[in-house]
Design a protein. Sequence first.
Lengths: 205, 102
Amino acid sequence: MAPIAVAAAVFGAAFAVLSRPAGFDGAAAVAMSATTFAGSAQFATVSILGTGGGVAAAIVAAVLLNARYAPIGISVAPVFEGGSVRRLLEAQLVVDESWALSRRADGRFDRRLLVGAGLLLYAGWVGGTALGVFAGEALGDPETYGLDAAFPALFLALLVPQLSSRHALAAALAGGMIALALIPLTPAGIPIVAAAAACAIGYGR
Amino acid sequence: MSVVWIVVLLVGAATVALKALGPVALGGRSLPGRLTGVVSLLAPALLAALVVTQTVESDRELVLDERLLGLGAAAVALLLRAPLLVVMVVAAVTTALARMLV
């Protein structure tokens, strides 16, 4: 799992670098990584603010991008223990990568993997953001190293073992098609949220 | 308060609430049986959507670029049963090389 934390740190640093032209100081960049802790939403926010897209557009895009955490949170809800405050805090460790890594073949989730991977990713993401604030532009563009392609590869590698049934395959195909069709039509984030509808294939089964 | 901090605080608060919704509201209970099938298909549906958007989306447009080559190389690595880290490195290196050469 450590390599994923390193990848998260590199992208956290990239977020800090990219947030500066959008008017973020170092404290704001680190605060956003510590509370929002979701790369896609954070990059969308700084790109919209940086290109003069306005505060409302930035907030709506970021919230839509993170709307997937409502269904994702519901899917992992059974693994959390203890009182409301503890569950609220542990739920913050749920990100795409920790959620996908902790899903077992039987469809349940492994709590230790979820929390462990979540903590590693959180440390990498927030620590990387802080490093990026100091390292600044010396880092350069992470796309030079092809790191942006490492994430879809990760998601593909996590998807393949889950295609164990016809329903799972159908849901994946439908989800992918929905996302593909909506990319040119809707704001960023909606394609992923809408793709969640493909899981209706599993109703009552 | 600056515009940036308003965005940081509002997006942060909304994200914390979205993530906590399921775990806090449902507690330790499981979902009703009929819905279990639905939720178990969330993973393949969302993962496929993430693969698609992170490979071909760029500022609300479909863009076929070097990332697609990286994903293709990753698919080959997966077929050869390479471990997770190798799959990610293969995708990154392929994409970086393609960007250098084009």
